[in-house]
Design a binder for this molecule. Sequence first.
Ligand SMILES: Cc1cc2nc3c(=O)[nH]c(=O)nc-3n(C[C@H](O)[C@H](O)[C@H](O)COP(=O)(O)O)c2cc1C
Length: 306
Amino acid sequence: MSKKVLAIYFTQSGQLGDIISHFTRPLTDDQDIAVEVVQIFPEKEFPFPWTSSTFFDAMPESVDGIPAPLKAFTFKEKNYDLIIIGYQPWFLSPSIPVSSLLQHPDFKPLLRNTPVVTISGCRNMWINAQEKIKIRLKDAGARLVGNIALVDRHNNYISLVTILYWMLGGKKNRKWGIFPKPGVSDEDIENASVFGETVKQFVQKNEWQGLQYRLVAQKAVEVKYPLMFIERKAGKIFRIWSSIIHKKKNRSAWLVVFKYYLLIALCVAAPIILLVDGIFFKPFLGKRIKKQLTYYAGVELESKAI
Ligand SMILES: Cc1cc2nc3c(=O)[nH]c(=O)nc-3n(C[C@H](O)[C@H](O)[C@H](O)COP(=O)(O)O)c2cc1C
């Protein structure tokens, strides 16, 4: 009997669309698997390229998971053997369109009792967003069986410069011909088919035990300690900022304050805190850190992980 797979995603620049098409290719090539690909669109499009103010304006609603209306979408089937969700983090949270999808009355019921594989394409900070996705999937009664996180592998500060250049300028090319190309590399996007091949083998058997273990072995997800350290702290701080900004009447002025706070926190405070942690704490917390790294690379959900 042929298997039914739904791949659903959102993208602004097309990067996630490319990732999904390479990732699903091995499944599409299999005659016994019917793959349906659906791209979602918000009713009111988010700007691309962004301006500085529209970019930061997306923070509170991203962090709090406040849904925005989506354009109507339809599915060919009433249930699927596997649902693939392609998403991008926005401010350490699932992007507003994907968060809206996960809460949508026309999509949420489809997730019930269904295996789900998530695949993200981002700068390099995805673990908080993935934890939030785990919670939404659990709430919908879905079973998360696999996760793939594709990132920009360049240095954290270089990728900060290049992602802002890309998001605010709209071009995924080399800033001044000097900086590297922003985002997930073309090579890593093409390589997503390797992970698709692995997922295909599990779809064929309809047996999901061990999928994430295989994906981790193939380096489909790599959790880096310094980024995990920053994200664990920043996730909590973002929640405080979003609740402050929601209460303020002069939202745009507060978003400017948040922007400068964020730049200072990332470029000045984070390296100092990481240095202090590296000298005084990290050397004594080896076991706990290893457990955390393994946890975030996995598909289980622990309360209090974010
Ligand atoms: C508003 C906004 C916030 C973002 N926040 C993050 C983030 O927290 N972590 C991260 O790694 N990338 C972040 N990114 C980059 C996106 O995850 C993604 O890589 C990029 O937007 C390209 O995705 P696309 O396929 O929608 O074009 C952000 C992008 C935008 C537009």
